[in-house]
Design a protein around this ligand. Structure first.
Ligand code: AP5
Ligand code: MG
Length: 209
């Protein structure tokens, strides 16, 4: 069973593709962003500590993220395999991950910067079921409402312009060096993320073959 990392800049479509592939492969989709947002929504001490960093578009300190991720990875459903989305995000996290579990493949999603900004600024999410939409590329059937449960869609606080700028800079400085790290280990496979979600899903299937 696969142990796969989805790597790529904010807005590239990692979450969209990870949700699809996880249900096809019957492995859990482990997004540290989703886990942290759940902790924020639940008002846990960890969530309260993470919230300011997230809203500003900065990385949450490694010790908090590692705590939340290692708890999740230790659960029974993650033993046969998993899709990691948004972790690791810097070299320290990648080194720590290597101590926790072997990885079979790292998929690097690639998209020009202007399309990242377009996808991020148009994103809307359902605060109830976490479904992801886009006002231009993936609109809900009824404007502003979740297709699954009718909840009013919201914008993520870190999808505001100032936070988007910070997130793209943080990616370039701290996360992009992981491409070289995983290339040296022979694990890196690139995916062109510029097509429709169906086209990107096909590229993902080719990349994990
Ligand atoms: P996280 O939630 O991981 O955010 P991210 O990496 O910035 O990525 P996004 O979720 O913004 O984008 P995505 O690639 O998942 O794209 P999506 O599929 O939604 O992290 C958030 C924050 O949490 C971080 O900034 C940090 O503070 C903290 N954090 C998380 N992990 C951490 C870690 N390991 N260490 C420290 N801090 C951490 O798609 C985007 C939009 O495009 C959507 O509207 C979608 O509908 C649309 N779309 C998707 N695919 C397509 C397509 N093919 N064509 C057209 N539109 C598309
Ligand atoms: Mg995501």
């Amino acid at each position: 069973m696969p142990r796969i990392v989805f790597l790529g800049p904010p807005g590239v479509g990692k979450g969209t593709q990870a949700a699809r592939l996880a249900s096809e492969l019957h492995v859990p989709h482990l997004s540290t962003g989703d886990l942290l947002r759940a902790a924020v929504a639940a008002g846990t001490p960890l969530g309260l500590e993470a919230q300011g960093h997230m809203n500003a578009g900065r990385l949450v300190p490694d010790d908090l993220v590692l705590r939340i991720l290692s708890d999740r990875l230790a659960q029974p459903d993650a033993q046969p395999g998993f899709l990691l989305d948004g972790f690791p995000r810097n070299l320290a996290q990648a080194e720590r991950l290597a101590q926790i579990t072997p990885i079979d493949a790292v998929l690097s999603f690639e998209l020009p910067a202007h399309l990242l900004v377009e996808r991020l600024s148009g994103r809307r999410i359902c605060p109830t079921c976490q479904s992801v939409y886009n006002v231009t590329t993936q609109p809900p059937r009824v404007a502003g409402q979740c297709d699954r449960d009718g909840t009013a869609l919201i914008q993520r606080p870190d999808d505001r312009p100032e936070a988007i700028t910070t997130r793209l800079a943080v990616y370039a400085e701290q996360t992009a060096p992981l491409l070289g790290f995983y290339r040296k280990l022979g694990l890196l496979r690139t995916v062109d993320a510029s097509g429709t979600p169906d086209e990107v899903a096909r590229a993902v299937r080719v990349a994990i073959r």
